[in-house]
Design a protein around this ligand. Structure first.
Ligand code: NAP
Length: 286
């Protein structure tokens, strides 16, 4: 299959690289052209505008920041849907609102394009390793057509129902992620105040029943008090805003939404999601 790829950030770059490694012909477009360099060296081609991808590829995949970015790459001046598009498949893997997924599905349908929302669970390491979990909404037959691509990008893909279903499931898992990361941060701060050595506390957590892969993965960042981003905090704040806007009003959902939003306001957005610890500790340095 000829694949078009839009969005070469933390996630898009390694994901597109895996499709290249699997032998697909990949043409990329990114707003900042320089980010395409590593992929061009691995054999990808570069398009001048998103519309070109829809014309020259069978399937176009987008992996960009948020609702506004996805609307821009689909519907903007040189957007995907301004090319010759009928008969093609468009897949959006970004984390966006279910309403925007459905809206884009409708705009695609009007132009004869089949659309899937297919956001992912898993960060940069699983993106590199091709072990993401992919949550899919749209027509089942379209899902079945592109499942071989999902098999390259992830360790599993789940078909969940109509357009928007993938985005709904993604917001739900990220609510749990936001709660888990903040829970880890609060536990570490509490233990430190009680005089427990952070290294010992992390050993206890990671070896215990609540020792999740996220706790193991974030332990080095906590110990070094350095938070280079794998999953930027600004994206978590965005996801929890979407959770809030889609009606979650439970105690923890409200609480984590407020704290990640405040951390974003304090300028921690480009650091890793684990930098919520710095916000909770009152340790706000850039
Ligand atoms: P990122 O590193 O911030 O990259 C964002 C990408 O979106 C870049 O390619 C950026 O282009 C592009 N973009 C932003 N605004 C745009 C616009 N208006 N028009 C065109 N392109 C635009 O983000 P990421 O970490 O790869 O995340 C991508 C998506 O996956 C997000 O929805 C995120 O919530 C989700 N996600 C992330 C992770 C993770 O661990 N990072 C895990 C699961 C899901 P430029 O290069 O020009 O800025």
């Amino acid at each position: 299959m000829k694949i078009g790829w839009i969005g070469l950030g933390h996630m898009g770059n390694p994901m597109a690289a895996n499709l290249l490694k699997a032998g697909h012909e990949v043409t990329v477009w990114n707003r900042s052209r320089e980010k395409a360099e590593p992929l061009l060296q691995q054999g990808a081609r570069m398009a001048d505008r998103p519309a070109e991808l829809m014309e020259s590829c069978d399937v176009v995949i987008s992996m960009v920041s948020d609702d506004e970015a996805v609307k821009e790459v689909y519907l903007g001046q040189h957007g995907l849907l301004h090319g010759q598009a009928a008969g093609k498949i468009a897949i959006d893997m970004s984390t966006i609102s279910p309403a925007t997924s459905r809206y884009l599905a409708e705009r695609c349908r009007e132009r004869g394009v089949s659309f899937l929302d297919a956001p992912v669970s898993g960060s940069v390491q699983p993106a590199r390793e091709g072990t993401l979990i992919i949550m899919v909404g749209g027509e089942r037959k379209t899902y079945e057509q592109v499942k071989p691509l999902f098999d390259v990008l992830g360790k599993m893909s789940l078909y969940l129902g109509d357009n928007g279903s993938g985005s709904k499931a993604k917001l739900a898992i990220n609510l749990l992620l936001g709660i888990t990361v903040q829970g880890l941060a609060e536990t570490m701060l509490y233990a430190k105040k009680q005089g427990i050595d952070p290294r010992d506390m992390l050993t206890i957590i990671t070896e215990s029943a609540v020792g999740t892969p996220i706790a193991r993965g974030k332990a080095p960042l906590i110990l070094e008090n350095r938070f280079p981003s794998a999953f930027p905090l600004k994206h978590m704040a965005k996801d929890l805003r979407l959770v809030h806007e889609t009606g979650a009003s439970s105690p923890l959902a409200e609480s984590v939404y407020a704290s990640y939003r405040a951390a974003l306001d304090e300028g921690l957005g480009d650091q890793d999601v684990m930098a919520i610890l710095r916000y909770l500790a009152g340790d706000i340095r850039s």
